[in-house]
Ligand binder design. Structure first.
Ligand SMILES: Nc1nc2c(ncn2[C@@H]2O[C@H](COP(=O)(O)OP(=O)(O)OP(=O)(O)O)[C@@H](O)[C@H]2O)c(=O)[nH]1
Ligand SMILES: [Mg+2]
Length: 465
């Protein structure tokens, strides 16, 4: 990783706050001319003021006074980007912001590309790649869990885990590579049984991290929850009730919903993407058939499926058959027995037994037409979903598909090393796969591994030969 500041030839400028009218708007300038260009807009220069100070000043362009601005200085690389940076807070008018941007650009600054401030921060070693990605996640986070994960990644928790794994691999790789230098002497610096144990452990840890992506993705993007069931079970009624909005058409005509409808529901800690679907039955109508095919495709892709049934009209056997079919398509099926308002004190035990017999979690009994009942379901749903997450604790969760792929790559290389050791593969080929594994891990944080192998050899050994 670059850990010395890279100074670019050009100075970039952009608005740092969202477009539109607001109390204030911030224009950020970064690069070698950030201070000089700012001074060019002032009557009294600020260039010799210390870093991390804020100054109230009138800012001018060639046409005259633009605004009274609060100007904050970050000098000598002690900034987000690692370059001289100035932040100009002006009154939040689009007109003022565009004039300030224009004034900087007329004097030689360039409008920044998307993410360019963060890119400079990465290139100057202020953030690694995983942390830079966390900045984007943090900005995009819409609920507590996504925010917590992004913040943890930004603080470097994930990068540290990756660095630990990488360092352990580097150590052994350097030993294997050292053997290659002493090939004629047939020495073995890297004890093979220890290497095997290490590689197995690393593979396990890498796979655990990779598997956390399924969860990380749910936290980041929300849990996709499909409402499935036979026609007239009350799926659209429940969908509307959960959203508190009349989104889907409800009727007592079986087969009302033809196409899937999706809506976002924000809970306190996480986000749900609720998907209402066409009721499942043997349809003759081609449009309905297509709708049902889409239902199944949603079930297969979603994080969980809520199977709704009308206890009054659906037989236990039919429900059991549907559930067995759904279980083949997805691993998480929750059962909702609907229309309890029509049933009085009907015996719930057979339903509980049938669902338990299939190895599914306890069904919920609701009336989709009743507000209190739907609210109770929302809470139960939240508890079940969050309960499934409570074992995560402080564990690192991968939220980025690029990281998941790199971890997968690393695990494959570790398997090659293990297979290679079992079949007596030569040291140089073992080293190759080890190096590929290191490279995969290094890719996550944006570090390059090979030079470090050399560094590791020379820092740990005195080759006095
Ligand atoms: N009494 C009672 N009626 C309900 C309840 N939930 C839904 N209904 C009624 O059941 C009928 C079917 O409801 P929908 O929500 O359209 O059913 P659906 O599962 O979406 O049906 P399709 O779109 O055809 O697959 C409507 O007349 C609803 O008013 C409930 O909890 N109690
Ligand atoms: Mg419907």
């Amino acid at each position: 990783m670059a850990n010395q500041n890279v100074f670019y030839g050009d100075t970039i400028v952009a608005r740092a706050t969202a477009a539109g009218v607001g109390a204030i708007a911030v224009v950020r300038v970064s690069g070698p001319l950030a201070l000089a260009l700012t001074d060019a807009l002032l009557k009294k220069p600020l260039g010799d003021q210390p870093s991390h100070t804020a100054h109230l000043r009138s800012v001018y362009d060639s046409e005259g006074l633009m605004d009274e601005a609060l100007i904050t200085l970050f000098k000598g690389g002690k900034s987000y980007t690692g370059e001289d940076t100035v932040e100009v807070s002006v009154h939040g008018s689009e007109y003022i912001v565009s004039r300030v941007l224009r004034a900087y650009m007329d004097r030689g600054a360039r409008l920044a590309d998307p993410g360019e401030f963060t890119q400079r921060s990465f290139l100057n070693g202020k953030l690694d790649l995983a942390q830079a990605e966390a900045v984007a996640d943090l900005i995009a986070s819409e609920h507590r869990m996504a925010h917590d994960l992004a913040l943890k990644q930004l603080k470097g928790g994930f990068s540290k885990d990756i660095a630990t794994l990488r360092d352990r691999l580097l150590h052994f790789t350097s030993l294997v590579e050292l053997e290659l230098d002493f090939a004629e002497e047939d020495v073995e610096f890297a004890e093979r049984s220890e290497l095997k144990m290490l590689v197995e452990r690393i593979q396990l840890e890498v796979l655990t991290l990779r598997d956390s992506f399924a969860l990380g993705n749910v936290i980041k993007k929300g849990l996709a929850l499909v409402l499935a069931g036979r026609p007239n079970a009350g799926k659209s009624t429940l969908f509307n009730a959960m959203l508190n909005e009349d989104r889907a058409i409800v009727s007592d005509i079986a087969g009302t919903t033809r196409d899937a409808i999706e809506a976002q529901l924000n809970f306190e800690g996480f986000m749900l993407r609720l998907i209402d679907t066409a009721g499942i039955r043997e349809a003759t109508d081609v449009i309905e058939q297509e709708g049902i095919a889409r239902t199944f495709s949603h079930v297969e892709k979603a994080g969980a499926t809520m199977y709704l049934l009308d206890m009054g009209s659906c037989s236990l056997a039919d429900a059991e058959q549907d559930l067995m079919m759904l279980k083949q398509k997805t691993s998480r099926v929750w059962v909702v027995c609907n229309k309890v308002d029509l049933l009085g004190n009907a015996d719930r035990q057979p339903w509980l037994d049938m669902v338990a017999g299939l190895g599914l979690e306890e069904p919920w009994f609701v009336s989709a037409r009743d507000k209190a009942s739907v609210q109770a379901l929302r809470l139960a749903l939240e508890a079940r979903f969050l309960g499934g997450l409570s074992d995560v604790g402080d564990q690192t969760v991968v939220t980025n598909v690029r990281h998941a792929e790199s971890l997968d790559h690393c695990a494959t290389e570790m398997q090659q090393v293990l297979d290679g050791m079992a079949s007596g593969l030569s040291g140089d080929l073992l080293a190759f796969h080890l190096r590929e594994g290191i490279r995969a891990l290094s890719g996550i944080t944006g570090e390059i591994g090979v030079e470090e192998i050399l560094g590791s050899i020379f820092s740990k050994f005195c080759i006095g030969k």
